[in-house]
Design a protein around this ligand. Structure first.
Ligand SMILES: [Zn+2]
Length: 451
């Protein structure tokens, strides 16, 4: 089932028109700036006159064909997609995107980790550019729209503008972010984190290996990146590098589809954190070691901590606080053996950073108390990442709402509870996100990616 691109891309197009939405105007800043940027008259919402923008024609057939073709670069059979960072299929998919960028007249550059930028120079190229983009890597057995609509959709949006004879004032850039998914190296949004200037990550990557013990830099070099040295500071962008960044992405949830709404206007991206915990006990034979006092069962410590995570999250009193133990492993994993080691991975998120951090602190306290009471060792409590939330830029939100109204599309203000490259782009640029419904399509072809 194809997405109805003709309508979902239109607000996106309007936004690309809107460029620097930061300037101010007493009457209607959004519309004034859209007009100033585009050179087209933008009508008031619900205006009775027809809009020149709504007549812009998206080539839905070739866009769908491109999505289908890109999905064929996969390590698992169709309709699933598996495309892991720097794999052969990833390199081929990147080549496919660079080729499309070239055909759209964009000048293409890549940075040391393979973030790809396709630039359309505006007629005032010295002004900061407007950027849009997403990712094309795919977790095992993923769907074909996750991330991809934000890259191929952006290229088609530029094609539409070109076909209409439009020439932007500011330059437009389409960005393909490297490794939004954590599959290979356990780091989500690797490319955009680096663009946002994460020195911590740049240093950590020097020691990072994948499940096959291949170093990050060897993997990057095999794909043609990071060829010079292991200094990634060239990837960092300065704050203010773009006048606006907008990401088009599938909602990855049921709300838009269930409510029959076309466009989700993202107001904030929840603050994610992930924690790794290890408990160690003495183990022993399931029959020979008596209960309860002679045991120190690392498995039960993990089970107790999993319940504590749920308790602390619920205690926050907010529906926006969530916590999940998605990984729970027991060693040695035999039915007649008391677990001597347990490993948990905990994901917790909130739109309120302080509240989320309080939950992390409570989980830590519980882990220490459980270890003490059960006489097991808390051998690791590692906060893998603890990111702040991101708020969408208010003028971009207003522009998205105005664009939806202009095109008579229903829309809804939403919080993104999954995180995206936009979370990190918000550190270097005013940011906004557009969600589109694509829930069942994602489900039909296996899991959709939720990070
Ligand atoms: Zn995604």
């Amino acid at each position: 089932m194809a997405l109805r691109f003709s309508y979902v891309l239109h607000p996106f197009l309007l936004l690309l028109f809107s460029s620097s939405i930061l300037a101010h105007n007493e009457e209607d800043p959004t519309i004034q700036i859209m007009e100033e940027f585009s050179g087209y008259p933008i009508h008031e919402p619900h205006s009775s006159s027809s809009s020149s923008l709504s007549s812009l024609s998206v080539d839905t057939e070739s866009l769908q064909r491109q999505i289908d073709e890109l999905s064929s670069f996969s390590d698992t059979p169709a309709p699933s997609v598996t495309r892991i960072l720097y794999s052969e299929k990833d390199v081929l998919a990147r080549r496919f995107i660079k080729n499309l960028m070239g055909l759209s007249g964009l000048s293409v550059r890549e940075d040391a980790v393979g973030n790809i930028f396709g630039r359309w120079d505006g007629h005032e190229p010295e002004l900061t550019a407007v950027a849009t983009g997403s990712h094309i890597d795919a977790i095992p057995y993923s769907g074909k729209y996750d991330g991809v609509v934000g890259v191929l959709g952006a290229i088609e949006a530029i094609n539409v503008l070109r076909r209409s004879g439009f020439k932007p004032k500011r330059s437009l850039e389409v960005i393909l972010f490297t490794s939004e998914e954590p599959t290979r190296f356990g780091i989500s949004c690797l490319g955009s984190r680096l663009l946002a200037g994460s020195e911590t990550l740049a240093n950590a990557l020097k020691e990072t290996v994948d499940g096959q013990n291949i170093t990050f830099f060897d993997a990057a070099r095999s794909a043609g990146y990071a060829t010079d040295r292991e200094d990634l500071s060239s990837v960092f962008l300065k704050k203010g590098s773009y006048s606006a960044f907008v990401e088009l992405h599938i909602e990855q949830g049921p709300i838009l589809e269930e409510e029959g709404i076309s466009i989700g206007v993202v107001t904030a991206i929840a603050a994610p954190a992930s924690i790794k915990v290890d408990f160690e006990g003495n183990g022993g034979h399931a029959g020979a070691v008596l209960m309860p006092h002679s045991r120190n069962d690392a498995g039960l410590a993990a089970a107790e901590l999993a319940l504590a995570v749920e308790k602390h999250v619920l205690e926050s009193g907010s529906i926006d606080t969530v916590g999940t133990v998605g990984i729970l492993e027991l060693h040695p994993g035999a039915i007649n053996s008391i677990p001597s080691k347990s490993h948990l991975e905990i994901d917790t998120r909130d739109i309120d950073e302080t509240r989320r951090n309080n939950v992390i602190e409570k989980i830590h306290q519980s882990a220490m108390t459980i270890a003490k009471n059960r006489k097991v060792k808390l051998s690791e409590f590692k906060i893998v990442n603890q990111d702040p939330p991101a708020l969408s830029d208010e003028p971009i939100i207003k522009a998205m709402e105005a664009a939806s109204q202009e095109l008579n599309l229903t829309h809804k203000l939403m919080i993104s509870r999954a995180y995206h490259d936009s979370l990190f782009m918000a550190r270097v640029s005013p940011m906004g996100m557009i969600f589109i419904p694509c829930y069942k399509e994602g489900k039909l072809v296996g899991t959709v990616s939720y990070i």
